[in-house]
Design a protein around this ligand. Structure first.
Ligand SMILES: [Zn+2]
Ligand SMILES: [Zn+2]
Length: 246
C-alpha cells in the first residue's frame, strides 16, 4: 500500500565556506541552523567541484533531523555548472575524486583574490584550507560529466539555466540532445520558455552564498518521505509525486 504523501520544502543548492565565493560564516552548522529556521525539510550543500564539508554536514544533519543530500556543483569543460546530488556519501566522494583528477593540477587558489576555501568540522572549527583553485572548469565535457554522475547513482540538474553566466543556455545556447539532465534549475522569476519546452521538470533553489539567502528560493516536493530516492521519483512524476515551484 502506498504511504501518504505530503509536501516537503527543499533548497538543494547552498554553498558553504568551502566555496571561495561564499561568506566565511557559511559553515555547515550555521547553514543547517538557518535552514531549520526557514522551515526547510531537505537541503543540499553544493560546493564548487568539491564536497569536503560533507562529513561535518551529515553529522549535524543526523543530530537535527533535517534531510541533507550529498552534493556538489561541478563545472564542465564548457563552464556549464551542473548540480550533482547523490544518495550515498561514498558516491559523492567518488565523484569528487573524478573531479579532482580532471581539474588543472597547477592552479592554486589565491585567497586574497578569490577568498578562502575552508574545510570545517561539526563544531565550526577550521580543519584546513583547500589549496587548489576549485571554482574553475574541470576537463569533463558536459555529456560525459552528466553520465559520470548517473553512473554513480546521482541526479544531474542544470544549474541556474536562466542566468547569463555558467549555465547550459549561457554557454551553449541550448540543451544538447545527448545530455540527459534530470531537472533544470531556475533561479527566480518566471520560468523561461526554454525550460517549459524542454519537457524536463523545473526546480528552484537559492544558490545561497550567504546565510540570509538560505531557503529564499525553494522547491516544494510532494513525496512519501524526505529522501533522495523520493526526490528522484518526483522528478519523474512517479505515482503522484511532483516538484512544484511558485
Ligand atoms: Zn553556479
Ligand atoms: Zn552555485
Amino acid at each position: 500500500m502506498p504511504r501518504a504523501k505530503r509536501f516537503f520544502t527543499a533548497d538543494l543548492h547552498i554553498h558553504s565556506c568551502l566555496s571561495a565565493c561564499a561568506e566565511l560564516d557559511m559553515t555547515p552548522k550555521r547553514i543547517i541552523r538557518r535552514a531549520l529556521a526557514e522551515g526547510l525539510d531537505i537541503i543540499a550543500i553544493a560546493d564548487h567541484n568539491s564536497c569536503e564539508n560533507l562529513e561535518a554536514a551529515l553529522g549535524l544533519a543526523r543530530e537535527t533531523g533535517i534531510s541533507l543530500l550529498p552534493a556538489m556543483e561541478i563545472a564542465s569543460a564548457e563552464e556549464v555548472h551542473v548540480l550533482a546530488l547523490f544518495d550515498d556519501p561514498q558516491a559523492a566522494f567518488g565523484m569528487q575524486e573524478k573531479v579532482y583528477a580532471s581539474l588543472p593540477a597547477d592552479l592554486e587558489n589565491d585567497p586574497a583574490f578569490w577568498g578562502e576555501q575552508v574545510v570545517v568540522g561539526e563544531d565550526d572549527l577550521v580543519l584546513g584550507f583547500n589549496p587548489r583553485l576549485l571554482a574553475g572548469a574541470t576537463g569533463m565535457p558536459l555529456e560525459g560529466l552528466v553520465s559520470a554522475i548517473h553512473d554513480l547513482g546521482g541526479l544531474a540538474i542544470a544549474s541556474h539555466v536562466d542566468r547569463e553566466a555558467f549555465s547550459v543556455i549561457s554557454q551553449l545556447g541550448f540543451i544538447p540532445d545527448g545530455v540527459r539532465f534530470d531537472a533544470l534549475e531556475v533561479s527566480r522569476g518566471r520560468v523561461p520558455s526554454c525550460v517549459e519546452a524542454s519537457g524536463l521538470p523545473a526546480v528552484r533553489s537559492s544558490d545561497a552564498h550567504r546565510l540570509e539567502s538560505v531557503g529564499k528560493q525553494r522547491t516544494r516536493f510532494l513525496l512519501e518521505g524526505a529522501s533522495f530516492s523520493e526526490i528522484a521519483l518526483a522528478l519523474k512524476s512517479e505515482d503522484g509525486r511532483k516538484a512544484v515551484i511558485d
